[in-house]
Write a protein that binds this ligand. Sequence first.
Ligand code: DAS
Length: 361
Amino acid sequence: MTTQLFQRFTLALCAVLLVGTSAAYAEDSKPHLANVMILATGGTIAGTGASSTTTVGYTAATVGVERLIAAVPELAKVASVKGEQVFQIASENMNNDYWLVLAKRVNVLLARADVDGIVITHGTDTLEETAYFLDLVVKSRKPVVLVGAMRPSTALSADGPINLYNAVLLAASADAVGKGVLVAMNDQIHAARDVTKTNTSTLDSFKTTELGLLGYIQGSKPFFYRTSSRKHTAEAEFDISNLATLPQVDIVYGYANMGPVALDAFVAAGAKGIIHAGVGDGSLASRVTPALISAHKKGVVIVRASRVGQGIVARNGEANDDELDFVVSDTLNAQKARILLMLALTKTSNTKDIQRMFYLY
Ligand code: DAS
């Protein structure tokens, strides 16, 4: 081979190696994107209305997970996402059976090394309840983020796409690891235990009124300012992996002129626990107390909660809980107290042990 030809061959070889190396560096220099599973369950985020100005009176749970993902191409910049349609329901129809299916699927997925976080799209009506249930039964520190929308996907300025984008980037964030189940709505990050839906229809409906949100999502970044002080997820003592059903726990709502009819009906139907969402600090009307005592004598566990929604229900405050052998809900609202009591009853009916749980979770 002449010298000139050899020199050209060497130059060509170097060029090929250079291009190959830079491509490899380019590949390596691409940021690794976390693998986030999006589990879709329905709700308004998947809803459609008759026109772009229909923000009430639309149909929830009509858009599939692949279309939800396709509507937000920006997701590909913040995570490597895959979608799974677990169910397609309006969340007023959520129930214990759906929860067990969802929780078991979440735990199977989070046990996989190739799943870094999970986003669950959900109706807003019971979103806070599903979030708290998962907060107590997910066996992983990996992020689980629930997200919904107050406007259907067809509406002007629908909030679903940006909420989904925020939820995915949160689930992909190392900052969200170990924080418990989170709720991402309206650019805010809430803890599952304390967030609640406070408005029937406005975008800022989800609030953690007094105990405070955990942080914000701004400019495609999560910002945490505090963490929950209560146990959750991998630290929780509840295991639903072998459960086919959950104990029946019902809620009686306190109001002026309240009587024992609803309570008696729940007990007759086989309730294993009753949440009494009393007026004020969980007060018991004298017309109802005998029925509560009778229910407890039949083995039903009674939890004194409050309809007020904020503040501590004080043990031995409005009733002698020590004497009655009742449990108090601490700061949990009635719908969340039902969830904790249900899970507590999968382990014990000892009221002292159950009270311990209400001060721990
Ligand atoms: N019906 C409501 C639900 O599915 C719609 C929503 O707000 O998501 O919870």
